[in-house]
Design a protein around this ligand. Structure first.
Ligand code: NAD
Ligand code: DAU
Length: 358
């Protein structure tokens, strides 16, 4: 164990969501003697099944609650003697933010503010320990949209958020930055590109395509399908966050990405190819026949690309999973875990689906 490694009492907000649950698994596996407390409101995107195997873990506790609940947050910080916060809780889906931005401002801005303010008092009451950390997990979408030949986003790219989702994340990022500069609170911030992998809610591009292929339903590609996203396997995101928590000085920001720019239409073709190869009984084969171009997302960002040189050079992090490997693993996961995703196709989800795709 090096001097930067120590046991922690970590509060993980949003730990029943996609990236949060992967991070909980990562942390419990690598630091089994750390106290791990998850605070999650269990919105439509939160799922206790994603944490089911941790029921018997002696150092794990799940608390259902809202990050906007100041009393609950302060009480948890104190009673669990929390020294590290990893903040994932958010409303995270761009299409839902277009339909109803209210929840995005509440959770992403007010919720982050509530956590920051509660942690500031907790940190001060304990004499401002230098090893405490507040890690805010953010997105590359705060930087806006790139043209085809623009350089990738760096940590100094000006913020230009275009959707209510990215604007609310930008607001939370600014608050985190201010808490370091004003109060010296030991914050850290990361801005990551598109994640994929196990436990990804069905509304997002990759799981949506996998599930629709399995069900023989149309594969809705927005606009001309030429939009570009920079994909990172979720476990590589978790290893980057681990690295930032352990090795970074407070007050720093890091971009996280795998240098994997792919056009949406090419990604959908890759998923169709993998499903045709790996799924035994597809209702429609080849599944690419299901591809359907639909009305574009309003304000749809054209291209994201992340430059993660700072993280790689300063902290020595490297992604370890290629897109080909990660997509194969992800497709296999959706094929072998229908018990996880089938119940999520609820009436509420069907109503949402109708509103976006009808
Ligand atoms: P997600 O939607 O899958 O999960 C969000 C979790 O937060 C859910 O478990 C939900 O129940 C919980 N939550 C929502 N509102 C809450 C509240 N008020 N109080 C407590 N819990 C609440 O999201 P995700 O894709 O796992 O994203 C996690 C974080 O990572 C977000 O902050 C997101 O902005 C950021 N991020 C996501 C991606 C991506 O590709 N998914 C990329 C970069 C950054
Ligand atoms: O870049 C990081 C962001 O990635 C995160 O901050 C967000 O939380 C996360 O949801 C994700 O945002 P995107 O909007 O990029 O992800 P989504 O999976 O919704 O869409 C990926 C691309 O696919 C995007 O260009 C829109 C397109 N798309 C999406 C859906 C759901 C389609 O063409 N059809 C679809 O049905």
């Amino acid at each position: 164990m090096t001097s930067t490694e120590r046991s922690r009492n970590i509060l993980i907000t949003g730990g029943a969501g996609f990236i949060g649950s992967n991070f909980v698994h990562h942390w419990c596996k690598h630091y089994p003697s750390d106290r791990v407390v998850v605070l999650d409101a269990l919105t439509y995107a939160g799922n206790l099944k994603s944490l089911a195997d941790l029921d018997s873990h002696p150092n794990f506790r799940f608390v259902q609650g809202d990050i906007c609940d100041r009393m609950l947050v302060s009480q948890l910080l104190a009673e669990e003697a929390i020294d590290t916060v990893a903040h994932f809780a958010a409303e995270s889906h761009v299409d839902r933010s277009i339909l109803g931005p209210d929840a995005f401002v509440l959770t992403n801005v007010v919720g982050t503010f509530t956590l920051l303010e509660s942690f500031r008092y907790h940190w001060m009451e304990r004499g401002k320990p230098t090893g405490d950390r507040f890690l805010h997990v953010s997105t590359d979408e705060v930087y806006g949209s790139l043209g085809a030949n623009d350089p990738s986003f760096t940590e100094t790219t000006p913020y230009t958020p275009n959707s209510p989702y990215s604007a609310s994340k930008a607001g939370s990022d600014h608050l985190v930055r201010a808490y370091f500069h004003t109060y010296g609170m030991p914050t850290l911030m990361t801005n990551c590109s598109n994640n994929y992998g196990p436990y990804h809610f069905p509304e997002k591009l990759i799981p949506l395509m996998c599930i629709n292929i399995l069900m023989g339903k149309p594969l809705p590609v927005y606009g001309d399908g030429q939009n570009i996203r920079d994909w990172l396997y979720v476990e590589d995101h978790c290893s980057a966050l681990d690295c930032v928590l352990r090795y970074s000085a407070p007050g720093e920001t890091y971009n996280i990405g795998g240098n994997n720019e792919v056009k949406n239409i090419d990604l959908v073709h890759m998923l169709c190819g993998l499903m045709d190869e790996l799924a035994p009984n597809l209702p429609v084969r080849p599944s690419k026949q299901l591809i359907t171009f639909v009305k574009d997302r309003p304000g749809h960002d054209r291209r994201y690309a992340i430059d993660s040189t700072k993280l790689q050079m300063k902290l020595g992090w490297k992604p370890s999973v290629t897109v080909a490997e990660g997509l194969r693993h992800t497709v296999r996961w959706y094929l072998t875990n229908p018990d996880w995703w089938q119940p999520l196709l609820s009436e509420e989800y069907q109503a949402y689906y109708q509103t976006v795709y009808a």
